[in-house]
Design a protein around this ligand. Structure first.
Ligand SMILES: Nc1ncnc2c1ncn2[C@@H]1O[C@H](COP(=O)(O)OP(=O)(O)OP(=O)(O)O)[C@@H](O)[C@H]1O
Ligand code: SF4
Ligand SMILES: [Mg+2]
Length: 346
């Protein structure tokens, strides 16, 4: 039996932003925010993008959402190249692909009651007859875990978690297939995060949703995602099913991210020599030569300074962009070493 066709395919995506300077605002450089990113998501699955701040996660999300035009590469949704869609098909795509962002307070209109916020897309896209909209809003609030009376509240009358539920209900109002969650739970307290994650998982099971889930908290991403890609400076460093990525990370950057998560067992922390991972993430306007990770890499060799490694399969579904996978694995499994990312968020 052949594998099901992916719902979303991102192929060799590049996104550059021009740097303009001087009185005439001439182009003086390029920020290469995304440099050759490829991945695909099967229908009904959750795919995670992780990496330090500025590595290009939101830029990938905005390209998928058609909020910016890629500099190169293709985004294929349900078999169709988005660059080739006519107006009617693009309108369908915009309905089927919805987003939930980090800060619901800034994405929800503060002057509108929640009921109107949720009803607006139903009304604009004529998804229900006018007489049925109120009941539809109540249904959407209910599946997002809020009583119908929330329709009469303004965003400032709710907690952060409740506002994020309204953001999710508004996304669901369009009957989406794919939801792009860009740091959707990052601003919430840990216990509220868990509730929203549970809601997202429940909705995924019941509605068959597909997620592109962006986050910097590895334990959250691991929990919700089937597959994960680790990004560094606009590129995918490593991608694998979640469990494999966490049990057998093979790229030194993935290893450093995992090592930076505190081990809940204090005994396991004893006797580990902490080797700080040198420096901060370089600027995407001036990326290092060769492997872009080489200035910070604990196992870099001469070759890494000159030649950029491609993302290559090291096992079925597991790919890594590194020349020295065996040295990296050896270092990672040595119980006396630990690398700590400097400047990492978590
Ligand atoms: N509109 C823009 N114009 C110029 N540069 C931009 C623009 N948007 C993003 N960038 C730059 O592109 C790079 C990638 O940014 P992006 O927001 O995609 O990162 P991110 O991984 O989402 O980071 P964070 O975790 O902080 O949200 C950064 O260097 C950022 O400064
Ligand atoms: S290619 Fe070299 S510099 Fe890059 S991650 Fe691998 S060992 Fe480190
Ligand atoms: Mg971002």
């Amino acid at each position: 039996m052949s594998a099901p066709a992916p719902l979303l395919q991102v192929q060799d995506l590049h996104v550059n932003f021009e740097i303009r300077s001087g009185l005439l605002q001439r182009v003086s450089g390029l920020i290469r925010a995304v440099s050759g990113v490829s991945f695909e998501i099967e229908r009904g699955k959750a795919f995670g993008l992780v990496g330090e701040s500025g590595c290009g996660k939101s830029t990938v999300a905005r390209a998928v959402l058609q909020l910016l035009e890629p500099s190169a590469g293709q985004i294929i949704y349900d078999g169709q190249d988005l660059a080739q869609l006519d107006k009617a098909d693009m309108a369908q795509f915009r309905r089927k692909v919805q987003a939930v962002f980090q800060d619901p307070y800034s994405s929800l209109n503060p002057r509108m009651k929640a009921g109107y916020i949720i009803a607006e897309p139903i009304h604009v896209h004529a998804l229900k007859p006018p007489g049925e909209i109120k009941a539809e809003v109540a249904r959407l609030l209910d599946i997002c875990g809020l009583p119908a009376r929330f329709a009469d509240l303004y965003p400032h009358e709710m907690s952060g978690g409740q506002r994020q539920r309204i953001g999710i209900a508004r996304a669901l109002a369009m009957g989406p297939e794919l939801i792009v969650c860009d740091e959707a739970v990052s601003a919430l307290d840990v216990s509220i995060q868990a509730q929203i994650i549970n809601l997202l998982e429940e909705l995924q099971r019941e509605l068959g949703l597909t997620y592109l889930f962006i986050g910097h908290d590895l334990s959250v991403v691991r929990h919700i995602c089937d597959d994960v890609a680790v990004m560094y400076l606009g590129r995918i460093a490593e991608t694998a099913p979640s469990d494999t990525l966490f049990s057998d990370p093979s790229h030194p950057y993935t290893q450093a991210l995992i090592e930076a998560v505190p081990n809940p067992d204090p005994d396991a922390e004893v006797n580990r020599i902490i080797e700080p991972l040198a420096g901060e993430v370089p600027s995407p306007a001036n990326p290092p030569s060769g492997c872009v990770f080489h200035p910070r890499c604990p196992v870099a060799t001469e070759r890494c300074h000159h030649e950029e490694p491609a993302l290559e399969a090291i096992a079925p579904d597991h790919a890594t962009a590194c020349w020295n996978v065996s040295a990296a694995r050896k270092r990672f499994t040595d119980p006396t070493t630990k690398t700590v990312l400097q400047g990492a968020e978590k």
